[in-house]
Ligand binder design. Structure first.
Ligand code: 13P
Length: 336
């Protein structure tokens, strides 16, 4: 795949005013989300939920691409049009989560390794043939007593680079997601240290494995206090620390950074992104800075939907509101 084509897909994913919808919950995670609104999780209820999101009017005003799960990318809307075709008709790119989830890392309790490399080349070729143009792989790094270990960082970042090289070979832009988990009582400085170590390592691995940096999108956590920390850092601190951390670690030719929401509250995820882009508007930063939210975009509409057909317009309005707020934050004009 010509690197110019990968670069142009990556740039489209992080286009101004837009971000990426992470709708790639595995069936297990989606079941938890549907349980929370007392809706039975079936292939059909999951299809209806994703259809509701994808059919929201004017979705492409704030969504550049959607990350799907294997079940979802094979599904269609009520009219029989495949989700991939439906999204393409709205000028929204289709993406696919290709990792096989996180598993215990051998010998180190509390640390994880993401699996899914075996047979990946064949799966990628199939997804490309279906019309997908980008992919996602999430590495999960935890912070705590003695964590993250160098062992966890090295093995996870190596796997992220192996995945990325295979994706680019098959014409797909890899979303490179090294997530430092927010769970815990750690400080923002601990998060910064774990984020710095992980990003340095992942860019070393990407370089060693000949990945074209102009053809990826980085999906990191913000540098943020643990969710149970006693004194959680302010949005201004989160924004400053996040940007300083990236200036230390992320090459200037990465086209874009699309943050995960990672369990931040709805307002928190928007205000923090807004502060980050307020800095970006005054300093000459090399990358686009946008969102790739799952819960941050879906929690409010899911609560409005409750599995009822009559609630679809209200749920779509809630999704649109979260999308437009995130879009404003992506421009640094949410709270102006
Ligand atoms: P959250 O925004 O809910 O963290 O989900 C984004 C994602 O894709 C995590 O892998």
């Amino acid at each position: 795949m010509a690197s110019a084509e990968l670069n142009s897909i990556a740039l489209k994913m992080v286009a101004r005013k837009k971000g990426i919808l992470a709708a790639d919950e595995s069936n297990g995670t989606m079941t938890k989300r549907l349980d929370s609104i007392n809706v039975e999780s079936t292939s059909e209820s999951r299809r209806q939920w994703r259809q509701l999101l994808f059919l929201t009017p004017d979705i492409s005003d704030y969504i550049s691409g959607v990350i799907m799960y294997d079940e979802t990318i094979r599904q269609s809307d009520d009219s029989g049009q495949s989700f991939i075709e439906l999204l393409a008709s709205k000028d929204v790119l289709s993406g696919i989560k290709v990792d096989n989830s996180t598993h215990d890392l051998a010998g180190v309790p509390g640390e994880f390794i993401t699996e899914g490399l075996d047979g990946l080349r064949g799966r990628l070729a199939e997804y490309y043939g279906m019309g997908a143009r980008f992919t996602k792989w999430r590495a999960l790094i935890t912070v705590g007593e003695g964590r993250p270990s160098d062992y966890a960082i090295r093995t996870n970042m190596h796997a992220l680079a192996r995945y990325s090289a295979l994706c680019q070979e098959q014409g797909l832009v890899p979303i490179v997601e090294p997530e430092i988990l927010m769970d815990g009582s750690h400080s923002i400085d601990d998060c910064r240290s774990a984020t710095t170590r992980s990003l340095i390592r992942v860019f070393e691995e990407l370089d060693a494995q000949n990945v074209d940096i102009k053809g990826i999108v980085l999906k990191p956590n913000m540098v943020i206090s643990g969710s149970d920390a006693s004194n959680r850092a302010s949005a201004t601190d989160v924004a400053r620390q996040t940007i300083d951390c990236f200036l230390d670690t992320v090459p200037a030719n990465v086209p874009g950074i699309a943050f995960l929401s990672g369990g931040q509250g709805d307002e928190e995820s928007v205000v923090n992104l807004d502060e980050i882009n307020k800095i970006a508007n005054t300093e000459d930063l090399p990358w686009e800075l946008t969102y790739s939210y799952g819960r941050g975009l879906q929690a409010a509409p899911l609560a409005a939907w409750l599995g009822k057909a009559e609630n679809i317009p209200a749920a779509q309005a809630a999704f649109q509101k979260r999308g437009l707020d995130s879009s404003a934050a992506r421009e640094g004009v949410y709270a102006s």
